[in-house]
Structure formats: C-alpha cells, structure tokens
Design a protein around this ligand. Structure first.
Ligand code: MLT
Ligand code: ZN
Length: 468
C-alpha cells in the first residue's frame, strides 16, 4: 500500500491533499525568496494530536520524509518539503482550549492565527505580547517552531519567553508532554526550550500552554523622522544609552519608506530619509513622561519631524504602514532576499554602515528596516532582474553572505527571528564551530534517528569524523 493510501485510510481521504488536487501546489512554497518550489507527495491536514502522531508513525514505518508546516508564512523555507514525501500541516488545529486570566495562562492548538489569539486574550482582559509582523496570518505553532520575535520583543521578549508547556508528537508516533503551566518550575530539564526554535526538526507541536501578562492600561506611539539612516541609528543608540526603554524601537530606511509611502495613511514628509518608531505602554502618567523624553531626544538629535500618537486610529495608521514594509518591497521588486541578522545593541550604527558599504560594493540596493532596539535588522537585497536566472540568484546570495559575515564579525548572528531553515543553511558555518554543529547533530539524532523529520534544514551536512 502506498503512503498516500495508508494516510487516507488512517485519517480519512478528506484530510489528505494528494496528487492532482488543486491545493497541493500551496504546500510547495512559503514566504521565502526561493524561486524553486518543492511539491510533496501529499499533505496531511491533521485535526488532532492522535492524527499528527499517526502521520509520524506511518512515515517512519514507510521511511518517507515528513515536513511539518504551520501557516506557511516562514521566510527561510523551513516548511518546504525539500526531499518530497509528506507535509504534515497543523493549519486545522485551531482551538483555543483555555484562557485563564487568573493563572495568566492559555492553552492553544498550534494552528491558531496569532492575531486572532491576541484578540481573544485581550477580550478576556489579558495580553499576549509576541507580535510577528505577519500576525494576521501566521500561526502560533509556527511562531513557537521558529521562536518568532516581532517589534514588542524589545520590551517583552520573544515567543520562547511565553511558552511554558508543550505537547509534541515525535517521529514514530510517541506523544510527549513537557514543561508546566505554573509561573515557575524546575523539576525537569528544560525540554520546552529544546523544542521551541528547532523549526520542526525535533518534533511537531500539537498543543501549547503559553504565559499571558496583565494588559497594559494604555499605549502610545512616537515616530521620529530623520534625514538619513545613520542619523536614525545614532538616535536609537542614544535612547538605549540613556536608559529609555520603550516597548518597541524600530527603524526603517528611505527605500522602506518609499515602498509604503503611497499606501500609508500616515503622510511621511517628502524629505524623510529614515524613521525611528517607538511605542510606550503603561499607566497614563508614566507613558506621558516616556513620550516626552523620547520626543525631546529626537528633537535634540535633529529629527525632521516628531509625531506623538495616542489615538488608537492614528497609532493603527502608523503600525499598518510599518507592517506593510515587507510585503510592499516584495511587490515592488522581482527579487527580495530578506534577512534578519542581529548584532549587539551597541553595534547598530556600525552594522548600518557595513550594509551601506556592501550595497555600494555589490551594486545591489539594500533596504533596511526592523527591530533596531534589539540590534535585529531586516536587510533586503533587491533586484528587478529575472529570479529564475541562476547567475542573478548567485549574485544576490553572495551579497547576503557578505551581510552575514559582517554581522558575525561584529559579534552578531545570522538570524534574530526568522530561523535558518533552508535558505540560511549554507551560511551556518560562518557563525558556528564544527564542534557546535556536531553536538546539534547528536541532539537532533536523539529525537529523529532516521533523519526523516524535516530533512535538509538548519544543520549543514554532518562532517565525516576522522575515525569513520
Ligand atoms: C518584519 O518585521 O516585518 C518581518 O519579520 C520581516 C520581513 O518580512 O522580512
Ligand atoms: Zn521582523
């Protein structure tokens, strides 16, 4: 019996997207900049933990590769079935099982869209801070798999900081529950940390217990417009040095502003060369003081314009514009290789200068925006050339490699939030020692000795040891 027949028999034919089905193509791509697509043999749209476990059991028995997938919003090809086989999609596991404002926890299935979850949580008077820019369509399970960040990570931390407990379906069909629902707890090794951010290479998350926090009573947005990105970088470092800790501290350069100018309800000044976007939250008095301090710093540092927005509609306009940057650049250019390097906070200005130099040296325009307060910059290498031309792709990725190398040289890392997946896998060795890579292979082999779970991702091929 073929894998398709076995899965249809186990899950029911209506949960399997097989050959000839118009939707099968959907599982061959994600939001990564790769021109290639990878069509799986079939996709299994599981609705329960038992079904997810059954898929993993059958795939191991039949020695078929299996690639977990959330909403497909990943930017590094982590959910692409590069070796064919089965895509295990959690898009139909969408239950919010519990929101408990007293315990400050919620229990959710992985397919819940992050933005919907935030709305549900806020309706219950509590708050779930992780806010990836794709929150309108990404799923919370995918956020956990990649340890997604977002603008509010500056004050509140990333997804890992909110995952207390997990249920995970393992290769072969075992189901493991780990972690806790208490605020503290140290009785087991931190296996939760071992699953969050491993991009579906260790197991498939089927349920999450997440931490909530009290909902801030109010929030406001301060936007500083600067003549150029160097001025914006200096403003960010100055705020950080003077201990100003907003919720959000974002940057966007001229190319990013131009990409959203026509769509934005906020009217950017004509000479805007860069913006710094801050958010403050808390009680009204503290917020007022923080806004004043940020506004004054921006003025002192030569801002062309400062907007302080407290009205929800005005704030929404600014945020909508920010969230549109990535998709607008993608619409405007035929190729957009978007990266998410992260450097130590004190090195932001240096990193911005290095990106400028790389753009000049390679002749590739690079738009920069992102979570500058965390040192986490989205560098977007842009081109109007043919994405299917291998020579063009080679040149773009050579430019990306220079950015990775510069980030590592400044004490930073290849990825602050998108993950390694497929696209950054060839560059891992720029940052990690052979020893570190080998230990990760050993760790991976503990959960997936057959190597069939999300193969071809994250780790470079294992080096042959000299004794072998
Ligand atoms: C964002 O912050 O907008 C995304 O993480 C970056 C991207 O889409 O490249
Ligand atoms: Zn981002």
């Amino acid at each position: 019996m073929s894998i398709l027949q076995r899965l249809e028999r186990e899950l029911g034919a209506d949960r399997i997207v097989g050959p000839g089905h118009e939707r099968l193509e959907d599982y061959s791509r994600d939001e990564s900049p790769l021109p290639e697509t990878y069509v799986p043999e079939c996709a299994a749209l599981v609705e329960t933990t038992e079904q997810a476990a059954a898929v993993l059991r059958i795939c191991l028995e039949d020695k078929v590769p299996v690639t977990p997938r959330g909403a497909g919003s990943g930017m590094v090809g982590g959910a692409l079935p590069v070796r064919g086989g089965v895509v295990l999609s959690t898009e139909k596991m969408t239950a919010i099982k519990e929101i408990d404002p007293n315990d400050l926890v919620a229990v959710v299935e992985p397919g819940v869209v992050t933005g919907r979850f935030q709305e549900a949580v806020e309706a219950a008077g509590v708050f779930y801070p992780p806010d990836p820019a794709s929150l309108e369509y990404c799923s919370i399970g995918g956020n956990a798999a990649t340890n997604a960040g977002g603008p509010r990570a500056f004050k509140y931390g990333v997804t890992r900081d909110y995952v207390l407990g997990l249920e995970v379906a393992l290769m072969g069909g075992e189901v493991l529950r780990c972690g806790r629902r208490t605020a503290k707890g140290v009785t087991s090794y931190d296996l939760v940390a071992g699953f969050v951010g491993t991009e579906g290479t260790f197991g498939v998350i089927t349920e999450m217990c997440v931490k909530l926090v009290p909902k801030p009573p109010a929030a406001a947005t301060v936007l500083g417009v600067f003549a150029d990105v160097a001025g914006a970088g200096v403003a960010i470092e100055a705020l950080l040095k003077h201990g100003v800790r907003p919720t959000v501290l974002e940057i966007a350069d001229k190319a990013s502003i131009e990409a959203i100018r026509a769509k934005s309800r906020y009217r950017f000044p004509a000479n805007a060369g860069a913006i710094v976007l801050c958010e403050v939250d808390g009680d009204a008095d503290a917020m007022e003081r923080a806004m004043e301090r940020i506004g004054m710093s921006f003025d002192e540092l030569g801002a062309l314009d400062v907007l302080a927005a407290t009205e929800p509609a005005e704030r929404r306009n600014v945020w909508e514009a920010r969230r549109l940057i990535s998709s607008s650049l993608k619409e405007a250019y035929r190729i957009k290789v978007n990266e998410d390097i992260c450097v130590p906070r004190g090195r932001i200005v240096q990193m911005l200068a290095r990106v400028d130099q790389i753009a000049a040296d390679t002749g590739i325009p690079i738009a920069v925006f992102g979570h500058a307060g965390d040192g986490n910059l989205h560098t977007n290498l842009l081109s109007q050339e043919d994405p299917a031309d291998p020579a063009v792709q080679k040149r773009m990725w050579a430019g990306a490699k220079q950015i990775f190398a510069a980030a590592v040289e400044l004490g930073g890392t290849l990825s602050g939030e998108h993950g390694i997946g497929l696209t950054k896998r060839p560059y891992v060795e720029l940052e990690q020692s052979p020893q570190l890579i080998e230990w990760q292979h050993r760790w991976k082999a503990l959960w997936d000795p057959s190597g069939l779970l999300n193969p071809g991702k994250r780790l470079p091929e294992r080096q042959k040891r000299c004794t072998e």
